[in-house]
Design a protein around this ligand. Structure first.
Ligand SMILES: [Zn+2]
Ligand SMILES: [Zn+2]
Length: 137
């Protein structure tokens, strides 16, 4: 299994990601927007056992999802999702070409619709326990 090493901009936090992402997508939810300051974020899911983290992180929770930031530079690096046994890695940390999103989620909350060829789920796809309902953009 190949290993990809990624790090925050200051280098204090590094992560070893084993294998390929389980799933990759854009999230338009209010939490991701509030935490990132952007209109949406890209995420790559890896099985938690395939992620090894080095360096000190701070935990910050807006509502329910605990997100980890580098304790030195403050960059959001990942969020563990215990219910799925997965780590959500911020796509901007991945090497060029690795982030290949398959769909958008929480599009009903979008402030900046993205008209691309990917599926645009209103909330969550069935694979995440949602309904597969889509929005009209
Ligand atoms: Zn989100
Ligand atoms: Zn850092």
């Amino acid at each position: 299994m190949s290993t990809t090493e990624v790090h925050c901009p200051c280098g204090a936090v590094t992560m070893e990601l084993r294998g390929e992402p389980v799933m990759q997508f854009y999230c338009h939810c209010k939490d991701c927007r509030a935490v990132s300051g952007g209109a949406y974020i890209g995420l790559a899911l890896f099985a938690s056992e395939d992620v090894t983290t080095h360096g000190e992180t701070d935990t910050w929770t807006l509502r329910s999802l605990a997100r980890q930031r580098c304790a030195v530079c403050g960059t959001h690096v990942f969020a563990a999702i215990p219910a799925f046994g997965q780590h959500a890695i911020k796509s901007n940390l991945l090497p060029d070409g690795m982030f290949r999103p398959a769909f958008h989620i929480h599009c009903r909350h979008a402030v900046l619709p993205v008209a691309d060829d990917l599926p645009h789920y209103a909330a969550l796809p069935a694979a995440f326990g949602g309904t597969d309902e889509k929005v009209d953009w």
